[in-house]
Ligand binder design. Structure first.
Ligand code: WTA
Length: 655
């Protein structure tokens, strides 16, 4: 554990919303002493209500209801409430396309577009409780679609545009979606991603959707199905701009976001309105120390929770200017992000350790070509950040001037739970530092007993918080099993952690069969199910191994069905297959075709052994339950041979 302490400069500290350690301690204690009045006061002062709430929290583990009795609207809070001040002419969204196209929407303009689009949805007969899939590139229209749904109480589910048609269909089915909002295509690294075609493929197997609204983004050649498919622009033409936001119950579901679990089936994480909005709003202040004039840039895609909370709901409810970039970080050259920061004078920059590590590899010359002096604060999310990447980020990007907020949270938590308040809490590279006010974590053993200081254990939460997810979509049983029954009485995060003598949290990665590739959660089961859907594959086992850039890389071991011959072509085909079944980001780094997989006597694949093989190339520990030890030896032998072969090849290249 590193002991280097980075304290904020006195200039940063004195200007910060929460200034000095004593201020943090005081806030934390206030929330600890009287959590309900702490949150109630914030909810009253920080959000707009159509009708005040009657109680703060109804908590019957694991069922939480925050601010029952209140009527509220997330879209109203993100858009309408800013129209009564000068902010109406402030930039809400700045969008830049990969080919340097630019659009800027003020709050007033955003309001107009959102209201019109909400009227479009209304005129097609959609209303509160309906479910819309949003499968769009990173364009202002994606934000408009989300906000228009929120305005009417239509539950949205954004599906990351990198997901395949198969993954899209699974989500539509689970959600019983009745509306799809998409675009003809999106752009990434100069290529067109044919979104509408994927929707067509998904809708060929799912009949529950009445309409598919298509935003013409690139003018790509697509087919429109009579009656079902409608052009966004045609629908918007002449539509009224007057569409009042619906007063909705505090607990009305705002969105469902699917995330990988430990089984093949993705989980529909349900977030509701008031509590979610309050905590994304507060963390913009506590963690990002947002100022009125800031340009805030979160590089996450809108299809992940970070995009929901810190591209849209958090920044807009604060009346901030949020930057949306559609495209790759290294397009057309590796300095695209630094160009964007310089061009828009970005003040707060929030990205992932994977991105940081790939910038390091590209070399310091790329950021050094640009004026990054507008930056005041840097953020990191999605995976543990290694101290070396942290130091690089701090010195090369932040010029040694900007605090780094390493933010720990999850799709399920809705908002950041553990992170430094940058003007109050000194940071240590690699640690997410301290819990935010109102967050009560613990590190425990399998029985729920707290572990000693410095010891590794399971990270849990002892008390509910406003932005917590409420359930899994139509799967209350799984909700209880995965999150609440593992260690009774506590919320099980699935992460391992340690706490040091200063009370700082050090996140150590997942303890379940979820691997974190480039900050994207992937379940090993999901990958294995995709593999065995291929006609040649009999069995598969997926494991993670440390990867220099991506944090973790994906390795799949597979056996073939009788009569199938292993070949390099088949390996390539299988990698593409997984990419097609789930999405490009899930494509394995390596597929190893083997004769048999190591199993216990009861037939369970021993992933632990496979993990050891791919990480250390040797195996230790208890193997007495192995059915056939020879299988294992063969596998590790194969690894060694491969390594020797590679070393030999590399040697040849040098010569
Ligand atoms: C990991 C992303 C270490 C963790 C917001 C968690 C982190 C999972 C950090 C959630 C961090 C996220 N340090 N690990 N700062 N942030 N994680 O649902 O394993 O995509 O459980 O949410 O990412 O990923 P998800």
């Amino acid at each position: 554990m590193s002991t280097t302490l980075h304290s904020p400069s006195s200039a940063f500290q004195s200007a910060a919303r929460v200034s000095g350690r004593a201020a943090y301690d005081q806030l934390y204690r206030a929330a600890e002493t009287a959590p309900e009045s702490f949150w109630a006061q914030l909810a009253r002062n920080q959000l707009h209500w159509f009708q005040p709430f009657q109680r703060v929290l109804d908590w019957q583990l694991p069922r939480a209801q925050w601010f029952p009795g209140g009527l509220i609207n997330a879209c109203y809070n993100c858009v309408d409430r800013h129209l009564s001040s000068w902010r109406r002419n402030k930039a809400a969204l700045i969008w830049e396309g990969e080919n340097f196209e630019q659009r800027i929407l003020t709050y007033q303009e955003l309001h107009r577009k959102v209201s019109k689009f909400a009227n479009v949805l209304k005129s097609l007969g959609y209303r509160q409780g309906d479910r819309a899939i949003i499968y769009m590139p990173m364009t202002p229209e994606a934000a408009i679609a989300m906000l228009a749904c929120a305005r009417l109480g239509i539950i949205h589910s954004v599906v990351f545009a990198g997901f395949s048609s198969e993954a899209l269909k699974t989500r539509m089915e689970d959600l019983e979606a009745n509306l799809v909002i998409t675009a003809d295509a999106g752009r990434r690294r100069g290529r067109e991603i044919m979104l509408k075609r994927n929707v067509d493929a998904a809708l060929a197997e799912y009949a529950g959707v009445r309409h598919c609204i298509v935003y013409k983004h690139l003018g790509a050649g697509i087919e429109m199905h009579h009656q079902r498919d409608l052009w966004w622009d045609d629908l918007m033409f002449g539509m009224s701009e007057d569409c009042p936001a619906e007063p909705l119950d505090s607990e009305h579901p705002l969105y469902v976001l699917y995330t990988s679990g430990t089984t093949g089936k993705p989980k529909g994480v349900v977030h509701t309105t008031a509590g979610y909005l309050l905590q994304t709003h507060m963390t913009m202040q506590w963690v990002f120390d947002l100022r009125e004039q800031d340009i805030f840039w979160c590089t996450a895609d809108i299809g992940w929770v970070t995009g929901h909370s810190y591209l849209i709901y958090g920044p807009l409810s604060m009346g901030a200017t949020t930057l949306l970039y559609e495209g790759a970080p290294d397009w057309p050259e590796p300095d695209r992000f630094w160009r964007l920061i310089e061009k828009y004078r970005v003040n707060i920059f929030y990205t992932s350790p994977t991105a940081i590590r790939s910038f390091i590899r590209q070399g310091d010359a790329w950021p050094q070509k640009h004026d990054l002096s507008s930056l005041r604060l840097l953020g990191s999310v999605g995976e543990p950040i290694n101290p070396a990447a942290w130091e690089w980020y701090y010195h090369i990007i932040g010029g040694g001037r900007c605090p780094i907020v390493d933010t720990w949270w999850q799709t399920e938590t809705g908002a950041i739970l553990i992170a430094p308040m940058p003007g109050a809490v000194a940071t240590k590279p690699g640690s997410a530092t301290l819990p935010l006010p109102g967050i009560f974590p613990a590190i425990v053993d399998a029985k729920g007993q707290p572990v000693a200081e410095g010891q590794q254990g399971f990270l849990v939460m002892r008390q509910p918080w406003p932005s917590m997810f409420r359930t899994l979509w139509r799967d209350e049983t799984r909700f209880r099993e995965i999150y609440w029954d593992k260690i009774p009485g506590l919320y099980f995060t699935g992460d391992a952690a340690r706490r040091d003598a200063d009370g700082y949290y050090w996140l150590l990665g997942r303890v379940d069969d979820v691997i974190n590739v480039s900050g994207h959660r992937l379940s090993t089961m999901e990958v294995e199910s995709a593999m065995v859907r291929h006609a040649a594959v009999a069995e598969a086992a997926a494991v993670g191994r440390p990867h220099e850039i991506k944090g973790q890389g994906l390795v799949v071991f597979a056996t073939l069905k009788g009569g199938q011959a292993a070949s390099p072509e088949l390996v390539d085909e299988l990698r593409d297959w997984v990419g097609k079944e789930i999405g490009g980001f899930a494509r394995p780094d390596e597929i190893r075709l083997v004769e048999a997989l190591p199993k216990t006597r009861s037939g369970k694949i021993m992933r632990r052994l496979l993990r050891e093989i791919v990480t250390t190339r040797s195996v230790s520990g208890d193997t007495t339950t192995l059915e056939d030890y020879a299988v294992l030896l063969k596998l590790s032998q194969q690894g060694k041979e491969e390594e020797e072969l590679l070393a030999h090849e590399a040697q040849k290249e040098k010569v």
